[in-house]
Design a protein around this ligand. Structure first.
Ligand code: GLY
Ligand code: MN
Length: 463
């Protein structure tokens, strides 16, 4: 937890940003996995964590935007709870620990909200993603569950995004730590990878590091020799000579800040010439995006520039053809990179996407493109100091997508479909780093960069 003044200042800024009414922020409860007492690891709601710092279930809070009153709602534990959970500090002490003067029983929240509504006050709430909170808000506010998303407060969403999208020094320190855990996870694979292993063994080693150094993984680990499937969570493949292994994984530190890295390794320890040709393009795109990311630059434009590099290089290999600028404008490189260059990262690995991707990645200034490929870009904003983003270009050969474009004649003036037939068993390459936008440019997060140059990857695997 950060010093209490950090939370006090964040809440004060939030209340100032909201003109009228009451802000309602529910925390999360335990989520049962297969029967009520057997729950997933508890994960607090990130916005609740950001403003109240309390990582325990069954709390909610209100902030009165007009008077500045703040109340933490939660229940002190009973002797039965103490038997199973051990002694717990009181709700009043938790509230005081983050500079909140008042606390009440959880059951008093609904009467508080009812009174606010009766007085004709607006109750601002965020879009919800946990069903228990959806039901609670629906009952308290008298809004059908299906309408909660559209009735959520845009004013509150925008106010929270404008704060959380710029990371302060406390947060950057925590993200650096999460990146160091992510580094250890990926570095372990560089050392452990052997032909004949099952992919699952590597996943277990990585996730063990995440758990032994922090709260666990920041999302379900992607580790596969079928990297052309972008989010491949099937880990039953046997590590096979000549294949590429795409590993996209990150850690959540004990303070719940995240990291997210991707590397693609040659299973045999050395890239083939054909693999190397594609790998070097992706590496160039990653390095370009890092060098181009600075305050005032739109990340959408960086994505476009990355597509341009890909189109030029793939044309030189005979995979693409025609005019590069026209190919980029038509979105032809999306055949090879049908995802965005990156996303915001912080307390969530895809930061704040529970509010809706466009509020976070675009705001009011830019509109999301509807062209395939460009439309997948989650972060298209103009960068400002304090933004934390991922830089994750990739080139994939997805047989079903190539076949579809070929059949439907999509971008056929830019794609050499005949040449592509020899790439159907290639897989995919993605290289992802986490980047902080600074006052003057950008820097990689974490104290060390995972090997990325092909020679460095091979050397690290050989050691
Ligand atoms: N690393 C997974 C993702 O960004 O979607
Ligand atoms: Mn990512």
């Amino acid at each position: 937890m950060f010093p209490k003044e950090v939370y006090v200042a964040r809440r004060k800024a939030l209340a100032q940003d909201i003109e009228k009414g009451v802000i309602l922020l529910p925390g999360n409860s335990e989520a049962p996995a297969n029967y009520p007492d057997n729950c997933y690891n508890f994960r607090q709601d990130s916005t609740f964590l950001y403003f109240f710092g309390i990582s325990e279930p069954d709390f909610a809070a209100i902030i009165d935007a007009e008077t500045g009153e703040e109340i933490l709602f939660g229940d002190d534990v009973s002797i039965d709870d103490i038997i199973w959970m051990g002694p717990q500090i009181s709700v009043a002490e938790r509230a005081a620990g983050v500079g909140v003067a008042k606390s009440r029983k959880f059951s008093e929240l609904s009467a508080y909200i009812e009174n606010a509504l009766k007085a004709g006050r607006q109750v601002h709430f965020l879009p919800q993603y946990r069903y228990k909170n959806m039901i609670m808000l629906s009952e308290m506010l008298g809004i059908p569950v299906v309408q909660l998303k559209e009735k959520a407060s845009v004013e509150l969403i925008q106010a929270v995004v404008s704060q959380r999208i710029v990371k302060d020094k406390w947060e950057i320190e925590e993200i650096d730590k999460a990146c160091n855990i992510g580094y250890a996870m990926h570095y372990a694979v560089l050392k452990l990878l052997r032909l004949g292993m099952v992919e699952q063994e590597l996943v277990g080693a990585m996730e063990g590091i995440a758990l032994s150094q922090g709260a666990g993984v920041s999302f379900a680990t992607i580790l596969s020799q079928h990297g052309e499937t972008l989010h491949n969570h099937i880990h039953n493949g046997i590590i096979t000579a000549g294949k590429l292994l795409t590993i996209d994984a990150g850690a959540e530190g004990n303070s719940n800040y995240c990291s997210d890295f991707t590397r693609t390794l040659p299973c045999s320890g050395k890239f083939t010439t054909k693999q190397r040709e594609i790998y070097d393009i992706v590496e160039e795109c990653n390095n370009y995006a890092l060098s181009a990311s600075k305050p005032g630059v739109s990340y959408f434009d960086v994505h476009v520039a990355v597509y341009r590099i890909m189109a030029e290089r793939l044309k030189a290999l005979g995979i693409m053809k025609g005019d590069v600028e026209e190919a980029v404008a038509a979105g032809a490189p999306a055949l090879f990179m049908p995802h965005g260059l990156g996303h915001n990262m912080g307390l969530d690995v895809h930061d704040m996407e529970n509010f809706g991707e466009d509020y976070v990645g675009y705001g009011n200034a830019a509109k999301r493109s509807s062209i395939f490929g460009y439309s997948s870009l989650r972060m298209g904003r103009v960068l400002v100091p304090g933004n934390v983003i991922t830089d994750e270009p990739g080139i994939y050969f997805i047989p079903a997508l190539i076949e579809k474009w070929k059949k439907e004649n999509i971008c056929s003036e830019f794609i050499n479909f005949d040449k592509l037939e020899s790439y159907y068993d290639f897989g995919g390459i993605r290289l992802e780093d986490d980047v902080l936008i600074t006052e003057t440019g950008s820097r990689l997060l974490g104290s060390k960069r995972l090997p990325i140059r092909a020679e460095d990857v091979e050397a690290a695997m050989a050691k």
